[in-house]
Write a protein that binds this ligand. Structure first.
Ligand code: DGL
Length: 275
């Protein structure tokens, strides 16, 4: 098959990366997607980043060798922080990550150069976002906060209500006091919380969804590489997870609505059987 007509591979620690798939669907509805969610090892956020890198390498190998994808999107901030530079050197297909384009956008949007990043412990501790932002503009004042409870709440299908509001205040009030004007949602689950975050932080705050910024980057790059799909066949999507038992049913119900899909079925394929 001509390379351009092959699928784009997406990977995440679970089904949170569907927020990234949504942005790809919106911008490139004609493309075929093969999504791999590593629910067996979910969550990646608190794990050692070397271990996360090994998982990511294995998944990318599978997507390239077995699924013959034309490009890979690391639809997970923790996985991008852990592995992007390494896998880009290791594999020949184009590989995209969550951080670069969101960092660029945040610097463009911020007027007072006070930018915050929220994500998992792994993402925040890796300094991946912070390093890119400071490379672009060393005068930016950065605030970074790991918000692991947000991941649990979203997995439980809780996007608003008293518990979510209290958690958001506990995590983020210091950013209001610091007069941060731009906030990067550096975790796949956080776009579900956009309404409550805007309410708490005020509507002047610019919220940056890295999934959207990355989808723009992917489209532009695939176009430059002549890798956008050329045939007129209807697009088809495949969703695979390493452990079906570990998918949060509640989250999926909302995920389907969020993605505007009538049906969202997962195949199970554990590629880590030698562990
Ligand atoms: N997908 C992860 C991320 O964007 C969040 C969930 C996890 O901890 O695995 O960082």
């Amino acid at each position: 098959m001509e390379a351009s007509n092959r699928a784009i591979g997406l990977l995440d620690s679970g089904v949170g990366g569907l927020t990234v798939a949504r942005e790809i669907f919106k911008l490139m509805p004609e493309e075929n997607i093969i999504y791999y969610g590593d629910t067996l090892h979910l969550p990646y956020g608190p794990k050692d980043l070397n271990l996360v890198r090994e998982y990511v390498e294995e998944i990318i190998s599978y997507l390239i060798k077995e699924k013959k994808v034309k490009a890979v999107v690391i639809a997970c901030n923790t996985a991008t922080s852990a592995a992007l530079d390494y896998v880009k050197q290791k594999f020949e297909v184009p590989i995209f990550g969550m951080i670069q384009s969101a960092a660029v956008r945040a610097v463009e949007l911020s007027r007072n150069k006070k930018i915050a990043i929220i994500g998992t412990e792994g993402t925040v501790k890796s300094n991946a976002y912070q390093n890119v932002i400071l490379e672009i503009d060393s005068e930016v004042k950065l605030f970074a906060k790991a918000c692991p409870k947000f991941v649990n709440l979203v997995e439980e299908g809780k996007f608003d209500g008293v518990e979510v509001e209290k958690t958001a205040h506990d995590y983020l009030d210091f950013l209001i006091e610091a007069e941060v004007d731009s906030l990067i949602l550096g975790c796949t689950h956080f776009p579900y919380l956009t309404p409550i975050l805007s309410k708490i932080m005020g509507d002047k705050l610019r919220l940056i969804n890295p999934a959207h910024e990355m989808a723009l980057e992917v489209r532009e790059n695939l176009s430059n590489l002549a890798l956008l799909k050329k045939n007129n066949l209807k697009s088809s999507n495949k969703f695979i997870v390493s452990d079906k038992e570990k998918i949060s049913k509640r989250f999926l119900k909302y995920g389907r609505q969020f993605l505007k899909l009538n049906e969202l079925k997962f195949e199970e394929k554990n590629i880590f059987i030698n562990e």
